[in-house]
Design a protein around this ligand. Structure first.
Ligand SMILES: CC(C)(COP(=O)(O)OP(=O)(O)OC[C@H]1O[C@@H](n2cnc3c(N)ncnc32)[C@H](O)[C@@H]1OP(=O)(O)O)[C@@H](O)C(=O)NCCC(=O)NCCS
Length: 180
């Protein structure tokens, strides 16, 4: 995961590209968000070994993984942008992100997203797409705010504890190349 961008100091937060020894922090963050059972596809996070194995896969080598750290160097959020591996889909990347509960609603998601999108455009990505539960209003507001648009709805795509939720498909195109 070698990346041309480095480290961004942003007030109380530092955004860095993920290093191999960040697998424990990444696994912990995923586990916290997964166990909330509201936001991501997992209900339990992966182990650190599973995170490392995923990062080491040949198909993950072009992934952009950024982690936000607080003043105490604790990981508080992440964003991953994973480009496709087939030749005709290499310009398209899927996005996932999460911020630990105590740090939400303070602008961190917006900052993380803006850094990640700039990194993606720099690497030649032309389209970033994501799936978000329709009930996840805060995430949808963030995505709309940074320029993502609604492309579709997968009806009753999630079922948990007796409740359905739709999945919203959103995407953004590289604003410099939208007329291609
Ligand atoms: C979704 C998430 C990444 C957003 O990050 P965040 O740091 O909380 O968001 P921000 O503070 O940058 O706010 C972004 C926008 O969301 C909206 N927003 C923020 N808090 C909100 C709230 N409590 N309710 C509704 N909208 C809210 C606002 O429009 C805000 O922009 P504004 O402050 O300029 O008006 C974060 O809340 C999170 O990790 N949630 C749980 C995991 C998750 O949902 N991951 C995404 C799965 S697709």
């Amino acid at each position: 995961m070698s990346t041309p961008w480095g480290c961004f100091m942003m007030g109380e937060m530092t955004i860095k590209r993920a290093e191999p020894d960040d697998e424990v922090s990444m696994a912990q963050m995923l586990d916290v968000v997964a166990r909330e059972e509201k936001y991501i596809g997992l209900l339990v996070g992966p182990t650190p070994d599973e995170v490392r194995a995923y990062w080491e896969q040949p198909t993950s080598q072009n992934n952009i993984v950024l982690i936000a750290f607080d003043d105490d160097d604790q990981a508080i959020g992440w964003v991953n942008i994973d480009p496709g591996n087939l030749e005709i889909f290499r310009h398209v990347a899927g996005l996932g992100m999460g911020i630990l509960p105590a740090h939400r609603g303070k602008g961190l998601g917006t900052r993380l997203m803006n850094v990640a999108m700039d990194a993606a455009w720099d690497l030649g990505i032309e389209r970033i797409e994501l799936r978000v539960y329709a009930s996840n209003i805060r995430a949808i507001k963030l995505y709309e705010k940074v320029g993502f648009v609604l492309e579709g709805v997968e009806r009753q795509a999630r079922f948990l504890h007796g409740n359905w939720d739709d999945i919203t498909n959103m995407a953004i195109l590289n604003p410099d190349h939208m007329d291609k």
